[in-house]
Design a binder for this molecule. Structure first.
Ligand SMILES: Nc1ncnc2c1ncn2[C@@H]1O[C@H](COP(=O)(O)OP(=O)(O)OP(=O)(O)O)[C@@H](O)[C@H]1O
Length: 381
């Protein structure tokens, strides 16, 4: 059906609600998903979340591959909830659904067009156009096994886009590719998604894919939406420890009271520049943390005793994981924190190789850590 026929068939319904409108409820013995998901036409939504959060389940439910216990899937006003996958008209780029091995690249792309009712010649003409668009015109007659991973991925993308679906689903589209190919395909995918008129939902583990490809992030944990928003906003203002780790920020929750935030666990107070009162999140970059071997002179106010729990190399910097030593517990006779158990907030600090050497940072080293009040972002919880 063409877009116009589609509109005519579904009348004002279609005009009323463009894009994706879904509530996905899936129940399994040890897991349940309940996720409201929408995407406007032209919008790319990335589903992010830890392993087992339910991202693939959500995508498969949209595709009709996993049955819904409750909820609905509507695309451009059309109710797909009870339709089998092949009648949904949804474009899919899934790892285990990539290409038909016995068909050429051209025939793979033409397949969906034929299924949509295009004549053989017309389908091949449009398929050739799409292969050209993804830069694979000269591979039209190649079988999938003769294509590289990146090429196969681009054919799969061309096949999905050629039918101009109202909804495009991409499951880890770059995960099987090596680092170099990944860069290339990411750039190509970005271009094609920008020109795509329908709604797109992308599942990824890779924060870079999510940050560069998506207009909006939807973070899923344990089958529930825990945070959503434009990538920059989510990256600046994480609301769960998973998101904070993903974007490399230190995150705490606490209560603000006159420019001081008492952390939720009651062990530390942090000076911050804020007019907020009440429950807040508090975030700062690992690079904003300064480390000292002994208590620094002039004693900055946000100063903790901590113990190094891990030292991780990251290019030309080192990320130091710290367990803060709670200030209201005894810190040992010489005040160096050695006698105290960890258990205060965890902090990440980024330092240079020279600092690692000068401070002698190894697992178990006691240190003093500080962060300036002006480096701490505070936002409502
Ligand atoms: N076919 C299945 N049958 C039963 N349980 C399943 C099936 N597929 C996934 N699960 C379970 O459902 C939950 C959600 O899995 P899902 O694959 O959707 O998570 P995910 O967020 O995509 O994880 P990952 O990032 O590891 O791919 C997990 O507990 C998983 O073990």
């Amino acid at each position: 059906m063409t877009a116009t026929e589609n509109d005519a068939a579904h009348g004002s319904e279609a005009a009323a609600e463009r894009g994706l409108d879904a509530r996905l409820v899936v129940r399994r013995p040890a897991f349940d998903l309940d996720l409201v998901l929408t995407a406007a036409p032209g919008e790319v939504v990335a589903l992010l979340g830890p392993n087992g959060a339910g991202k693939s389940t959500a995508l498969r439910a949209l595709a009709g591959l996993t049955p819904l216990a409750d909820g609905h899937v509507r695309v451009d006003g059309r109710d797909l909830t009870d339709l089998p996958p092949d009648r949904r008209g949804v474009g899919m780029v899934f790892q285990d659904y990539l290409l038909f091995p016995h068909l050429s690249a051209l025939e793979n792309v033409a397949f969906g067009l034929r299924a949509q009712g295009a004549g053989r010649r017309e389908a091949r003409r449009r398929a050739a156009e799409w292969l050209d668009r993804v830069g694979l015109a000269e591979h039209a007659s190649a079988r999938p096994r003769a294509l590289s991973g990146g090429q196969a991925q681009r054919v799969a993308l061309a096949r999905a886009l050629a039918v101009r679906p109202g909804l495009l689903l991409l499951d880890e589209p770059l995960s099987a590719l090596d680092a170099h190919t990944r860069l290339e395909v990411r750039a190509a995918l970005r271009r094609h998604l920008a020109g795509f008129a329908g709604a797109a939902v992308l599942v990824t583990h890779d924060p870079l894919d999510a940050l560069t490809l998506a207009d909006r992030l939807v973070v899923v944990e344990r089958g529930r939406l825990v945070q959503e928003g434009p990538p920059g906003e989510v990256a600046r203002h994480p609301r769960t420890p998973y998101v904070a780790r993903l974007v490399g920020l230190n995150l705490f929750q606490g209560r603000a009271d006159g420019g001081t935030v008492a952390l939720a666990d009651g062990h530390l107070k942090i000076d911050a520049v804020t007019a907020l009162e009440g429950d807040v999140f508090l975030a700062f970059e690992p690079s904003a943390v300064a480390l000292y071997r002994t208590r620094p002179d002039g004693s900055p106010r946000n100063l903790w005793q901590a113990r190094v729990s891990a030292v991780e190399g990251r290019g030309d910097r080192f990320r130091i994981r710290l367990d803060a030593v709670p200030h209201d517990r005894p810190t040992g006779a010489n005040g160096d924190g050695r006698a105290t158990e960890g258990g205060g907030p965890h902090i990440a600090a980024d330092v240079t190789a020279a600092a690692v050497a000068d401070l002698g940072l190894v697992e178990g080293s006691p240190v003093w850590a500080s962060v300036k009040a002006t480096e701490v972002r505070v936002y409502p919880a």
